[in-house]
Design a binder for this molecule. Structure first.
Ligand SMILES: Nc1ncnc2c1ncn2[C@@H]1O[C@H](COP(=O)(O)OP(=O)(O)OP(=O)(O)O)[C@@H](O)[C@H]1O
Ligand SMILES: O=C(O)c1ccc[n+]([C@@H]2O[C@H](COP(=O)([O-])O)[C@@H](O)[C@H]2O)c1
Length: 205
């Protein structure tokens, strides 16, 4: 495991921000957050489920409350992990610029590190107010099987590229497996398997 040098204020709290639709949250998300927390000496990682992910508006997305609760269940046992309702409680489409402004308002002068997989990172210049994003947070792009990890042209020093253990898991695949009656044990945390079953998520998709 590498140790990462990143620009930061001395003595400031270091907070990772893991945004995602988490429909459902899976071990790929959790391993990415855990690995970045270790490599970047983060004090905590806040998972932020999206409210209305506008770039997924053509797809069916499960109710925000279900995605929030699955994220809480998945992260509950790790004292470094917490979950924010910021995006699901804000009305309208979810933009990371708003997420980061909300977190900055709450966490004062902490250093923020927004974690994205290689696929999300490659799209980042299409995000709302992309130019301003990089003044609010450092960005960390992580490897993801099937995707090329590269700096998509962010301002100098705005992004770090990090290798994390490869888990070829996607939420899409998990949903399809449930719909077809196939197991998702060990792809998602046990409590999330139980929650999907209890709420009958993804059955008719
Ligand atoms: N297996 C994985 N390894 C590394 N990063 C991942 C992995 N799966 C998702 N991510 C990253 O986690 C963040 C949230 O992802 P998201 O909730 O959209 O999951 P997903 O599996 O990509 O979902 P879907 O298949 O529905 O698009 C994104 O930055 C994404 O790139
Ligand atoms: O800000 C934007 O315009 C924007 C566009 C697409 C995705 N994002 C964020 O990227 C993160 C991963 O998104 P997704 O759709 O891959 O689950 C999540 O925090 C989203 O809010 C943000």
């Amino acid at each position: 495991m590498g140790e990462q040098e990143v620009p930061t204020g001395r003595g400031k709290r270091r907070i990772g921000v893991m945004g995602g639709t988490f429909d459902p949250i899976h071990h790929g998300h959790l391993v990415a957050a855990s690995e970045v927390a270790a490599q970047f000496h983060l004090d905590e990682v806040i998972f932020v489920p999206t409210g209305q992910p506008w770039q997924k508006s053509h797809k069916h997305v499960s109710p925000a409350e279900d995605r929030y609760l699955m994220t809480v269940i998945a992260t509950a046992s790790n004292p470094q992990f917490s979950v924010s309702r910021s995006d699901i409680d804000r009305s309208g489409p979810t933009y990371t610029i708003d997420t980061l402004r909300d977190l900055r308002a709450i966490h004062g002068d902490a250093d923020l590190f927004f974690i994205t997989g290689a696929d999300a990172l490659s799209q980042i210049l299409t995000w709302r107010d992309a130019d301003e994003l990089f003044s609010l947070s450092h960005f960390i792009g992580v490897t993801r099987p099937g995707h090329v990890l590269a700096d998509p042209g962010l301002p100098e020093g705005g992004v770090s590229l990090v290798e994390v253990p490869a888990l070829a898991i996607s939420s899409t695949d998990c949903r399809e497996r449930v719909a077809q009656g196939e197991p998702v044990w060990y792809l998602v945390p046990d409590g999330v398997v139980r929650y999907i079953d209890k709420r009958q998520l993804y059955r008719g998709e």
